[in-house]
Design a protein around this ligand. Structure first.
Ligand SMILES: [Zn+2]
Length: 328
């Protein structure tokens, strides 16, 4: 006879009996298997908005409402990410995001992606707003709430050391070089690719075990083979899943203006009029489902963001066999 106590004990055992196996570094298959697991809420450290809210344009209430929606999907803390923009717009949005953060502890800091990147790898960023990587230029936008800066190390003129002193996470992205960085921004995208000669940002990201590496596993930005290479090469405790989601994500918009560019969404991917792939149109809960079904998801990836930013979880969820999130 199955008693209530037995059922409860089984659930607890299921949660605790967390089994995540990676079929060892070096196998051709990346295959994580596990039972029911208790996982801290997801941290999104790189996305530009969702549900029609654009962090480069949003008001305080837009951001607070977005935070509520994110929480229901399993995302806890997040870092609103500002794409390259004018100094005045960036300053305006920093103060708006800070005001929202005073009322909502899920807003963990700002990720500044741009103005200090390499025009050669600009992606959809507007090169008109790019600035040389000097401390003086950083002071034009400097704020304690900026916790991550994506920049091009090969163009550094003293900014990296300054940011490190201030304990701001420095990430190489939209660049061709590498250097004294804490992390790498959307590995493979908008950087020099894996190459056996010369400097390759992607290759350095893969082989430097001390550096955290962001990856967009949405099935659009990085091919399955490149994902396999990434998960084989990168120590599991240095993987940071990101969505790089665009404001158009989970909205009914088919086109929008983002980073001064018109962006078109065809139901699968978002591109500029020139066909350049923009950010993703999925948030991390959906990306986790995509990776999970490919046998490429490891819950450790979520914990990594807590270690990277020295944050404590304040909520948990469980994943079922279909990688659906159930808040607990
Ligand atoms: Zn981005």
């Amino acid at each position: 006879m199955i008693t209530e106590t037995f059922i409860i004990a089984s659930i607890i055992a299921g949660v605790n009996d967390f089994k995540a196996h990676f079929t060892s570094h070096g196998n051709t298959e990346c295959n994580f298997r596990y039972n029911k697991m208790k996982t801290p809420l997801i941290i999104e450290q790189h996305f530009h908005g969702a549900y029609g809210v654009d962090f480069n344009k949003a008001g305080v209430n837009d951001i607070l409402e977005l935070s509520q929606k994110l929480r229901k999907t399993g995302i806890g803390k997040f870092f609103p990410t500002l794409v390259t923009d004018s100094v005045s717009n960036i300053n305006r949005q920093i103060s708006i995001i800070k005001k929202a953060a005073e009322q909502d502890k899920n807003i963990a800091g700002i990720h500044l992606e741009g103005i200090f990147i390499n025009a050669e790898k600009k992606g959809i960023h507007n090169p008109e707003h790019l600035l040389p990587l000097t401390v003086d230029n950083y002071r034009l936008v400097e704020d304690d709430f900026i916790k991550i800066v994506t920049l091009a190390p090969e163009l550094d003129k003293g900014l990296i050391d300054y940011l490190k002193e201030k304990k701001v996470k420095v990430q190489a992205g939209h660049c061709t070089g590498f250097g004294n960085v804490d992390g790498v921004t959307h590995t493979f995208n908008a950087m020099s690719g894996v190459s056996h000669r010369g400097v390759s940002t992607a290759l350095s990201a893969l082989v430097d075990d001390n550096v955290y590496a962001e990856i967009i596993g949405d099935g659009v930005h990085v091919s399955d083979d490149a994902l396999k290479l990434f998960f084989k090469a990168k120590p599991a405790d240095k993987v940071i899943l990101i969505s790089d989601a665009l404001p158009i994500t989970y909205s009914s918009l088919k086109e929008t203006v983002f980073a001064d560019s018109k962006i078109y969404y065809d139901g699968n991917k978002a591109t500029s009029s020139a066909g350049t792939i923009a950010g993703s149109t999925k948030l991390l809960p959906e990306i986790i489902q995509i990776l999970g079904k490919k046998g490429m998801f490891n819950p450790e990836f979520i914990e990594n963001s807590y270690h990277y930013h020295n944050l404590e979880p304040d909520g948990f969820f469980e994943l079922d066999e279909e990688y659906n999130i159930h808040l607990i």
